[in-house]
Design a protein around this ligand. Structure first.
Ligand SMILES: [Zn+2]
Length: 122
Protein backbone atom coordinates (compact mmCIF):
# COMPACT_ATOMS: atom_id res chain seq x y z
CA UNK A 1 0.00 0.00 0.00
CA UNK A 2 1.43 3.34 -1.05
CA UNK A 3 0.02 6.82 -0.53
CA UNK A 4 1.35 10.05 -1.97
CA UNK A 5 2.80 12.41 0.61
CA UNK A 6 0.67 15.28 -0.63
CA UNK A 7 -2.48 13.23 -0.05
CA UNK A 8 -1.81 12.75 3.64
CA UNK A 9 -3.66 15.36 5.73
CA UNK A 10 -2.71 16.82 9.11
CA UNK A 11 -5.76 15.05 10.51
CA UNK A 12 -4.29 11.73 9.41
CA UNK A 13 -5.41 8.72 7.42
CA UNK A 14 -5.86 5.14 8.58
CA UNK A 15 -3.92 2.34 6.97
CA UNK A 16 -3.56 -1.39 7.30
CA UNK A 17 -0.93 -3.62 5.74
CA UNK A 18 0.18 -7.16 6.36
CA UNK A 19 3.18 -9.33 5.69
CA UNK A 20 2.81 -13.08 6.16
CA UNK A 21 1.14 -13.39 9.60
CA UNK A 22 2.00 -9.89 10.77
CA UNK A 23 -0.28 -6.91 10.52
CA UNK A 24 0.43 -3.25 10.91
CA UNK A 25 -2.59 -1.09 11.62
CA UNK A 26 -2.30 2.59 12.28
CA UNK A 27 -2.49 6.16 11.28
CA UNK A 28 -0.33 8.44 9.13
CA UNK A 29 -0.37 12.15 9.85
CA UNK A 30 1.33 15.05 8.16
CA UNK A 31 3.78 16.73 10.51
CA UNK A 32 5.22 19.28 8.16
CA UNK A 33 5.75 19.76 4.43
CA UNK A 34 8.09 16.83 3.98
CA UNK A 35 7.42 14.75 7.07
CA UNK A 36 4.72 12.28 7.98
CA UNK A 37 4.41 10.52 11.33
CA UNK A 38 3.31 6.91 11.12
CA UNK A 39 1.83 5.56 14.32
CA UNK A 40 0.56 2.07 14.67
CA UNK A 41 0.57 -1.33 16.17
CA UNK A 42 2.30 -4.36 14.74
CA UNK A 43 0.73 -7.65 15.77
CA UNK A 44 0.66 -11.29 14.82
CA UNK A 45 3.32 -13.95 14.76
CA UNK A 46 6.46 -14.73 12.90
CA UNK A 47 8.68 -17.78 12.83
CA UNK A 48 11.93 -17.04 14.60
CA UNK A 49 15.00 -19.08 15.38
CA UNK A 50 15.64 -19.06 19.12
CA UNK A 51 18.77 -17.05 19.83
CA UNK A 52 19.86 -19.56 22.43
CA UNK A 53 19.04 -23.07 21.20
CA UNK A 54 18.38 -22.28 17.48
CA UNK A 55 15.03 -24.05 17.61
CA UNK A 56 12.34 -22.44 15.45
CA UNK A 57 9.28 -21.14 17.23
CA UNK A 58 6.34 -18.78 16.74
CA UNK A 59 7.32 -15.39 18.03
CA UNK A 60 4.22 -13.49 19.10
CA UNK A 61 4.39 -9.85 18.14
CA UNK A 62 2.51 -6.97 19.72
CA UNK A 63 4.55 -3.84 19.34
CA UNK A 64 3.81 -0.17 19.10
CA UNK A 65 5.42 1.42 16.06
CA UNK A 66 6.34 5.03 15.49
CA UNK A 67 8.11 5.88 12.28
CA UNK A 68 8.89 9.22 10.69
CA UNK A 69 8.56 9.11 6.94
CA UNK A 70 10.47 11.74 5.03
CA UNK A 71 9.63 12.89 1.53
CA UNK A 72 13.16 12.85 0.16
CA UNK A 73 16.37 13.19 2.15
CA UNK A 74 15.85 14.15 5.75
CA UNK A 75 17.94 17.11 6.78
CA UNK A 76 18.77 17.16 10.44
CA UNK A 77 18.03 20.68 11.53
CA UNK A 78 20.20 20.32 14.57
CA UNK A 79 17.42 19.27 16.91
CA UNK A 80 19.42 16.20 17.84
CA UNK A 81 16.31 14.07 17.96
CA UNK A 82 16.91 10.43 17.34
CA UNK A 83 14.26 9.61 14.81
CA UNK A 84 13.13 6.26 13.65
CA UNK A 85 13.24 7.56 10.12
CA UNK A 86 12.53 6.15 6.69
CA UNK A 87 13.21 8.19 3.56
CA UNK A 88 11.13 7.80 0.43
CA UNK A 89 12.24 9.17 -2.89
CA UNK A 90 9.25 8.77 -5.20
CA UNK A 91 6.84 11.10 -3.42
CA UNK A 92 4.89 8.26 -1.84
CA UNK A 93 4.94 6.44 1.46
CA UNK A 94 5.15 2.69 1.13
CA UNK A 95 3.53 1.21 4.22
CA UNK A 96 4.52 -2.34 3.28
CA UNK A 97 8.12 -1.21 3.36
CA UNK A 98 7.67 0.34 6.80
CA UNK A 99 6.22 -2.91 8.11
CA UNK A 100 9.03 -4.88 6.53
CA UNK A 101 11.75 -2.73 8.06
CA UNK A 102 10.07 -2.75 11.50
CA UNK A 103 9.81 -6.52 11.29
CA UNK A 104 13.47 -6.85 10.34
CA UNK A 105 14.42 -4.63 13.28
CA UNK A 106 12.33 -6.78 15.61
CA UNK A 107 13.87 -9.98 14.30
CA UNK A 108 17.37 -8.63 14.80
CA UNK A 109 16.70 -8.41 18.55
CA UNK A 110 17.30 -11.42 20.78
CA UNK A 111 14.29 -13.66 21.26
CA UNK A 112 14.12 -16.94 23.13
CA UNK A 113 11.74 -19.84 22.72
CA UNK A 114 9.48 -20.84 25.63
CA UNK A 115 11.90 -23.46 26.90
CA UNK A 116 14.87 -21.11 26.99
CA UNK A 117 12.82 -18.35 28.56
CA UNK A 118 12.16 -20.73 31.46
CA UNK A 119 15.83 -21.62 31.80
CA UNK A 120 16.84 -17.99 31.69
CA UNK A 121 14.04 -16.98 34.02
CA UNK A 122 13.06 -14.15 31.71
ZN1 LIG B 1 15.41 -21.89 22.75
Amino acid sequence: MTVEFKKIPVTGIAFEVSLEDIKLIGNAKKKDKTMVVVDGKMSGKVIHQCDRCAEEFDLLVAEGVEVFASDGIYEDKGTGELLNLVEFFDGSINFDMILQSELEALKSDYHYCGKCEQIQGV
